[in-house]
Design a protein around this ligand. Structure first.
Ligand code: FMN
Length: 177
């Protein structure tokens, strides 16, 4: 099978990571590839925020957990112990900001897998960055207030077998005349 097709089909969400930071080279490759994601009118409106400071990740983890729709234990880490977290933000001034951000997220997780880095797409970025705290963080980071959170990517070297994919649903694809 073509290598790219094989990579796209074999990527699975990884939820247990080795206690080791990913290399700068791997991180750079993933980030650079993410910037080549398709975006509406080629505007490249999203931004990718990189977090590796353990204290910042701990704080982000607690914050993300606070938006879970159900009660979860205090020690539940929504980032599964990952030592690198990417946050994809996109400019709500663009009518396609959600699609643009999701496009970047999809490329990031697949780029990571292609070079042996495990990843998991993590939700609730919209809750985070539409809050007062989120807006203050954007200001601190020098990012315009119009940016919204689209999603996070937890990154690390896998410390688990890649899960088996669910069977694809029968009616996924419709051919029409
Ligand atoms: C929009 C979106 C939000 C997601 N949010 C989470 C999340 O918060 N936590 C998590 O563990 N996985 C999350 N995932 C990963 C999905 O659960 C995962 O992709 C799905 O179960 C299919 O598994 P696979 O990625 O291994 O193919 C999210 C995926 C998407 C596309």
């Amino acid at each position: 099978m073509n290598q790219t097709i094989n990579d796209l089909k074999s990527r699975r969400s990884i939820r247990k990571f080795k206690d080791k930071q990913i290399s700068d080279e791997d991180l750079k490759t993933i980030l650079e590839t993410g910037t080549y994601a398709p975006t509406a009118r080629g505007m490249q409106s999203p931004k990718i925020v990189v977090i590796q400071n353990p204290e910042t990740i701990k704080e982000l983890s607690k914050w993300n957990r606070s938006y879970f729709p159900v009660d979860v234990p205090e020690d539940m880490d929504p980032f599964y112990g990952a030592k690198t977290i990417l946050i994809v933000l996109a400019d709500s001034k663009m009518p396609t900001f959600v699609e643009d951000g999701a496009s970047v997220l999809a490329v990031l997780v697949n780029a990571a897998h292609a070079i042996g880095v495990g990843s998991c797409w993590i939700h609730r970025a919209r809750d985070e960055f539409s809050s007062e705290k989120g807006k203050a963080l954007l200001k601190k980071w020098g990012i315009p207030e119009s940016y919204e959170g689209i999603g996070h990517v937890a990154l690390g070297y896998p410390d688990m077998e890649s899960p088996k994919p669910l069977p694809r649903k029968e009616d996924y694809i419709h051919y029409v005349d």
